[in-house]
Design a protein. Structure first.
Length: 282
């Protein structure tokens, strides 16, 4: 019966691919013929009558087979090892007569860890109400081709994703970009998912507070009117300081005159009083 199984392994590890038959304790490997082949065309390893009869050069010094249950061990695992493997077991009744005991397909999924996602947020247009940002999330050196997911305060976002790889069986570099309009501080998470594994990074995106209202310079008319008022005010103070003392001293003795003149001036009998006295004596 044809059986299918999946096995996962990380780059550089040791992995065992199970076959479909185990030799009873009463028998030995000499009674079997075992083929391990990849993609049904490339013979990885083959045994017949207890001896190794074939091995692919790419698997030299990296593979061995368990002599009891026919498990194929690969170490260290490479990305090129990714793919389906087929184990075929034949029982030898005689050198000319054999029959197939089992045929099993095992698919090996090789995983290479991606780097921890790196998040970069660049402000493109700050304002008092919101901050426009271009957020990028990147990771490299992993396999297989990954997916990028993101969340803004636990709400999913859609990425514009690009991948770079030399071939379908080479490590990938991945970058996702996103435009956001941030109105308040929010928690942002980026995750890279690949073959059942995931790596995540979180970053607090802060709204900028550059809300300085520019000062509007006064208009030309306002400056002109203010200047005229100030000049008039200064002229008024100057004139008042110059003419007000003369007006007050016109009704009193001048402090700059001599003492005698002051006495004469201040003791003069008013003319009207003199005339009145003469009239009375007559």
């Amino acid at each position: 019966a044809l059986e299918k199984k999946e096995v996962k392994s990380k780059l550089g590890e040791k992995v065992g691919l199970p076959c479909c038959h185990e030799i009873p304790s009463s028998e030995s490997l000499h009674n079997y013929r075992v083929y391990w082949q990849k993609n049904t065309t490339e013979v990885v390893l083959a045994y017949a009558e207890g001896k190794e009869i074939s091995k692919h050069k790419r698997y030299e010094n990296r593979t061995e087979m368990d002599s009891r249950n026919f498990t194929l061990w690969i170490s260290p695992v490479e990305i090129l090892d990714n793919g389906p493997y087929q184990c075929v077991v034949q029982h030898l009744r005689s050198s000319q007569n054999s029959f197939v005991l089992c045929d099993k397909t095992v698919t090996l999924f090789v995983t290479a860890d991606f780097s921890k996602p790196n998040i970069i947020a660049e402000v493109s247009a700050p304002s008092c109400e919101s901050t426009e940002m271009v957020v990028s999330c990147s990771s490299h050196g992993g396999f297989p081709k990954p997916k990028i997911s993101g969340a803004l305060n636990n709400v999913s976002v859609v990425w514009n994703v690009s991948w770079v790889s030399e071939s379908s069986l080479s490590p990938y570099n991945v970058t996702g970009k996103l435009q956001l309009n941030v109105t308040k501080d929010v928690s942002f998470t980026c995750s890279v998912e690949y073959n059942g594994f995931a790596k995540s990074t979180s970053l607090l995106l802060k709204k900028t507070n550059d809300c300085i209202v520019p000062t509007v310079p006064p208009s030309y008319n306002v400056i002109t009117a203010s200047s005229i008022i100030i000049i008039i005010f200064l002229l008024a103070i100057t004139l008042a300081a110059r003419y007000l003392p003369r007006h007050v001293c016109s009704h009193c003795c001048k402090p700059q005159d001599s003492v005698e003149e002051d006495v004469k001036e201040c003791t003069k009998t008013p003319l009207s009083s003199k005339v009145t006295s003469e009239t009375s004596s007559v």
